[in-house]
Write a protein that binds this ligand. Sequence first.
Ligand code: SF4
Length: 337
Amino acid sequence: MKAKNSIIPVFVPHLGCPNDCVFCNQRRISGHMLPAGAETVRNAIENAAALTPPGTKRQLAFYGGSFTAIPDGQQLELFEAARPYLEDGTISSIRLSTRPDAIDGAVLARLKKYGVTTVELGAQSMCDKVLELSGRGHTASDVENASRLIKAAGFELILQMMTGLPGDTDEGSIETARRIIALRPDGVRIYPTVIVRDTALYDLWKAGNYAEHTVDDAVRVCAKLTAMFDEAHIPIIRMGLNPTEDLSGGDAAGGAYHPALGELVRSRMMLDKARQLLEGTPHGSSVILGVNSSDVSKMTGQHRCNINTLKTELRLRSVKIREADVKSGEIAILSLD
Ligand code: SF4
């Protein structure tokens, strides 16, 4: 039987990050206010080992912050805390996230020495103007250079991108996705911009200098990006910020915060596909669409919104959804009269 995989997250919030990206308040986003130290690492690993069956492949994940930009002493403290567990097989590898301009040959050599196998880079945009307006402090070519170094050194590469940043457009996000695909990452995360309290973006928004990227905006553009990554066979390992009590409790003051954003995007893709399929259908028709059993709720949409949109836009008498023997993501017309 195949060993189960489990991720042991340790958040390294804003620890030593030299930047101040307009959208970032890492402590609020990760929901963890205290910086992580050796004790945090040991507790996280031991708790996970107690809760998962022997034989589980456990990966320690340093998320949040910019791991390779924190002071060397703190990186070593966290790595050294993990080392005995790597040596005795309690964990099998480490992944971490960092900034594109905090990667070079020496950094990668150290990551390799301490058992890191996956590096996640916050690219956020491949448009230099958007990066500048967002206070990222790096350029698109930094993302390209770091990605090449990471891949050449044999690490798994995950790239993170955002939509709806200051100065960005749907076309800009599509161009970002195109350039990310060209770098052939092993996976991507897409984070539509959320306006978090106590950030520069919140102030810009309140002053009327930033137009909110709504859930609807995010769903529209992410449906296009998802189609591009699907076609390139690059897995999307996360869409939208992980919900936390703080964000849901009011720290997410605006923007594209939705606990099931990925589901909304897949649902929008089904709607777009059905629109194309039914184009030109005579007004007043009754239609029965067949989808894979895993797609019935996506095709129906939240509160039947896809069915209502199809009926209204195409002036149909009725639209019904049925399970059918078709591949996931496909739609068949089972009846039309
Ligand atoms: S680089 Fe990362 S941790 Fe630092 S401010 Fe920007 S988003 Fe936050």
